[in-house]
Ligand binder design. Structure first.
Ligand code: GLA
Length: 338
């Protein structure tokens, strides 16, 4: 008997505002985008075999999958991370195609991991799927990331950004007005030392939370009283960014794009000064965009240390990047026998 064709699509994401808040249980406001990763194939057998249009070498893994950190080619680590996390015993043979530009900062790794989890048969609520995909990514690359990228890819809503409470793992879709054009502009700067610096930032935030309690709701006085200046600055960013995210969602709801742009700029400054994850290249790119007529706001997006800037602009403005549209979350279609 021939197996049914499984077709999975998982979108990339861009974060409008709320960086380095997710792993501290704060709010974020990302949106799933119309660019994503598609996996097509059939389930069965004891081997996962995938070819990608972006990669020269295929991934071939016998189940149970090996330690993901030993897998080559490297993109196979995300495949192995998913297989190990799910305890997969049924294989999958197919192809991976992606419209997420490599290195674009649109979270191609989460799109791939979510797609592979679903192709391997993962089921559950949006939160459960996101938790599994996040754990798979941590197995693959060791970076202690938060839940934003995976939950956004799973739970995206067409035409909407998602106000996510990363503590409760609830998702509140917020309509993106037609006249709000979202651009992702690459800095050309590869992320440097991103993985170790990310873990270090997270550790300082945890130091702060041990002193003053959960940072998104911490008292400002308590934050300012933290003795260590570095821990204090990291905590100040998470506290202030959490407030900006809620204000940004309100601004988006009423279509106040000037206010949303202002909050994005304040977010960039906080990420640069208090969280120290910007670079001179990102700062210059943001300043250049802010000097461009029709741009309401711009900020680094994602982890920082290079990568991309997200900009909010009027219709008709052309920037040197990708104009992204808010899209639906991941889908699974199971078709007829091949
Ligand atoms: C990366 C992580 C996310 C989040 C951002 C910063 O994209 O994967 O979980 O922490 O950085 O906001």
């Amino acid at each position: 008997m021939s197996a049914a064709t499984v077709r999975v699509h998982a979108p990339g994401r861009v974060n409008l505002i709320g960086d380095h808040t997710d792993y501290m249980g704060g709010p974020v406001l990302p949106m799933a985008v119309h660019l994503g990763t598609t996996v097509v194939g059939t389930r069965g057998g004891g081997v996962v075999e995938l070819r990608s249009d972006l990669e020269p070498d295929p991934v071939v893994l016998s189940l149970p999958a090996p330690d993901p950190t030993t897998v080559e080619p490297r993109w196979g680590r995300y495949v192995a991370g998913a297989a190990v996390e799910l305890g997969a015993t049924e294989g999958f043979t197919g192809t991976v195609t992606s419209t997420v530009p490599p290195g674009s900062g649109l979270s191609s790794s989460s799109a791939l991991t979510v797609a592979v989890c679903l192709a391997l048969g993962a089921t559950g609520t949006h939160a459960e799927l996101a938790v599994a995909a996040r754990a798979a990514e941590v197995r693959a690359n060791g970076v202690p990331c938060g839940i934003m990228d995976q939950l956004c890819s799973v739970a995206g809503v067409e035409g909407h950004a998602l106000l996510i409470d990363c503590d409760a793992m609830t998702v509140d879709p917020v309509p993106v007005p037609e006249d709000a054009c979202i651009w992702v502009v690459p800095s050309g700067q590869q992320r440097q030392l991103a993985d170790s610096a990310y873990a270090e930032r997270r550790a300082r935030c945890e130091d702060a939370a041990a002193l003053v309690g959960p940072l998104p709701a911490a008292s400002l006085d308590a934050v300012e009283a933290i003795e260590d200046p570095v821990v204090r600055a990291r905590a100040r960013h998470v506290r202030s960014e959490s407030g900006r995210v809620l204000a940004a969602a309100d601004a988006l709801r009423v279509g106040d794009l000037a206010e949303l742009g202002r909050l994005m700029v304040a977010s960039h400054r906080s990420l640069a000064q208090d969280f120290e994850v910007s670079t001179p290249v990102l700062d210059e790119l943001v300043e250049g965009l802010l000097a461009t007529p029709g741009v309401y706001g711009a900020r680094l997006t994602g982890a920082g240390f290079g990568g991309c800037v997200v900009a909010l602009a009027r219709p008709g403005v052309e920037l040197d990047g990708w104009h992204v549209r808010p899209a639906a979350g991941a889908t699974v279609e199971i078709g007829g026998a091949e």
